[in-house]
Structures are given as structure tokens and as C-alpha cells.
Design a protein around this ligand. Structure first.
Ligand code: OGA
Ligand code: MN
Length: 295
């Protein structure tokens, strides 16, 4: 990860159309149209850019769902369907919607699904968790509703040596069932628990592309394998608060047409509520690329 920008190939955006997002080591790109087919040169450049910048904000996009699907495939295999498809199959399709729209079609504050408002890394409760996630802003509220990102590689690097030593070799248990309790969401069903029993992952993860170490935790994290649950929970929550200090956090204020993608292997993210949730709609189109087993 770096805060310098690689020289941009002629097919990429101009230098004056980029901006770094220093807290999270991210980048914002404006003069690039993702609805056009990407040349191999452009794809290679994007892959390198993503390796160097775990959060990329593309401004001024207008992608139909199938175009977002195509673009997502640039980065790997689209992830299998969410465990919530058991509850709402129509909603959990490969390009699905993140919104505050209820089953009655009206906007509202979330009651059943609150997980996105807690720091997390997508699908860390899977044995093979998500690599990256993309959100494309389709309806944006006037105030609030930011998505926040924290860079957990920068956070790990900032820990003192004694803490790093203490974390070496520890594994965290991640659980859909526990996550639902921690986010005060609708409890996991028997069927969901059968499909997604608890798994465990190293609490310090090595990024498979960059070799960098990053904290791997978040709200799906339950406790530390082999530790009393409350002690493990306390350590996870402490590390999370360390990793989400303002110094490591970028708050993305959405504009219509933004497409934001992030690397779940070295970041945490969460949504902030928006003002006037009962009246104002917030709708984002979402795709996810499947990752690899953390080590
Ligand atoms: C997600 C997510 C946050 C948001 O889509 O994985 O956590 O701001 N979304 O909607
Ligand atoms: Mn998420």
C-alpha cells in the first residue's frame, strides 16, 4: 500500500482527476468510464492500483446491473449467494441492492438488518471470505449515510511490538449467528446456522498479494479460539477500536454515480445512518468477489 500514485497510462484518468484518501491509503479516480470495455492494459493498471489502494472511489459512473456484473468479473469470481437468501430470495441476487427500503417499498430505519452499521469485513464468517466488494450509488440521501473505511494494515503496523507478539498465532472465531446478536439484527435461523457454522481465521492476516499483515476482525468476530469467550471478545473489541481511530478512517460521502470498491482483506467498513431515514431513500447496487482462505 502506498500514498503515492503510479504514473497513469494514457488510457487511464489524468493526474488532475485523481486524489489520494490518505487515512485509508485509498484513491479517488474521476476521468474513467467503467461502462466501456476495458483494454488489457487498463485492467492490469486497475489491478495494480487496487493492490496499492485498498479503497478506490470511481466518480461519475452510470452502470446498469449487467455492466457492474461485467466490471466485477475483472477482479475474479463473483461470490455465491448470501445466507439471507433463505429469508428474501428475490433480494439476494448476484447484483443485489443495499438500501433502507422495507418489504412495503417504503424507506425506513433498519430494524431486522443492522449488521452494516457495525464495523466488519464482508463475509468473514465464511471459511472462504470475500475478496472485494463494490457499491454503486443509485439513490443518495441529502445528509449522512456515509460509508466509512478503516485500513487494518496501517492499524496493525501502528501496534507496539509487545501487542504484535501477543497476537501472533491467535485465531478469532467468526459467526453469522453471533454477528446477528452483536448487531441486534433478526436472529440467525436454524437453516442459516446449518449452512454457516462458526469458522476461525487468524486475527493477523497476511495479504496474499502484498504480503502485508493486517488485523482481521469486525462484528462477525465472536471470540478467540481457545480463550474464555469474554476475554476474547474484549480483545477483539479493543483491537477494533484501535483500528477504527480517525487516523485510519476515511468517510465516504456518497454522490450519485459513485462506484466504490474495497479490499476486505485489509479493511473494515460500516454504514452511517442518514438523516430522515423514514422519508429518504438510500439505494446502492452491490457485487462481491470471492476471496481465498485467510492465512
Ligand atoms: C456492504 C456494506 C455499507 C453501506 O454492502 O457490504 O457494508 O454503507 N455496506 O451501505
Ligand atoms: Mn459490508
Amino acid at each position: 500500500m502506498s500514498n503515492t500514485i503510479e504514473p497513469i497510462p494514457r488510457t487511464g484518468p489524468r493526474a488532475d482527476e485523481t486524489r489520494t484518501l490518505p487515512e485509508v491509503g485509498g484513491i479517488e479516480l474521476t476521468g474513467i468510464d467503467l461502462s466501456q470495455p476495458l483494454t488489457q492494459e487498463r485492467k492490469d493498471w486497475l489491478m495494480r492500483t487496487f493492490r496499492a489502494h485498498p479503497v478506490i472511489v470511481f466518480r461519475e459512473q452510470n452502470l446498469a446491473k449487467d455492466q457492474q456484473y461485467e466490471f466485477t468479473l475483472t477482479f475474479g469470481e463473483i461470490e455465491g449467494l448470501h445466507v439471507n437468501r433463505f429469508i428474501d430470495a428475490a433480494k439476494y441476487t448476484p447484483v443485489h441492492t443495499v438500501s433502507n427500503i422495507g418489504p412495503d417499498g417504503k424507506p425506513g430505519a433498519p430494524t431486522r438488518e443492522r449488521g452494516n452499521y457495525y464495523w466488519h469485513s464482508d463475509k468473514s464468517y465464511h471459511d472462504v471470505p470475500s475478496l472485494l466488494t463494490m457499491l454503486h450509488g443509485v439513490e443518495i440521501p441529502a445528509k449522512g449515510g456515509e460509508t466509512q473505511f478503516a485500513n487494518t494494515a496501517l492499524a496493525y503496523a501502528a501496534l507496539d511490538e509487545a501487542t504484535k507478539q501477543r497476537l501472533a498465532g491467535l485465531r478469532a472465531v467468526h459467526s453469522w449467528q453471533r454477528s446477528r446478536i452483536q448487531s441486534r439484527s433478526m436472529p440467525a435461523t436454524e437453516e442459516q446456522i446449518r449452512e454457516r457454522p462458526a469458522v476461525d481465521h487468524p486475527i493477523v492476516r497476511t495479504h496474499p498479494d502484498t504480503g502485508e499483515k493486517a488485523l482481521y476482525l469486525g462484528n462477525h468476530g465472536s471470540h478467540i479460539l481457545g480463550w474464555p469467550e469474554d476475554e476474547g471478545r474484549a480483545l477483539i473489541r479493543w483491537l477494533e477500536s484501535f483500528a477504527t481511530q480517525p487516523a485510519f478512517v476515511y468517510s465516504h460521502r456518497w454522490r450519485l454515480g459513485d462506484l466504490v470498491m474495497w479490499d476486505n482483506r485489509c479493511t473494515l467498513h460500516r454504514a452511517l445512518p442518514h438523516e430522515n431515514m423514514e422519508a429518504e431513500r438510500r439505494v446502492l447496487h452491490r457485487t462481491v468477489v470471492k476471496g481465498t482462505v485467510p492465512y
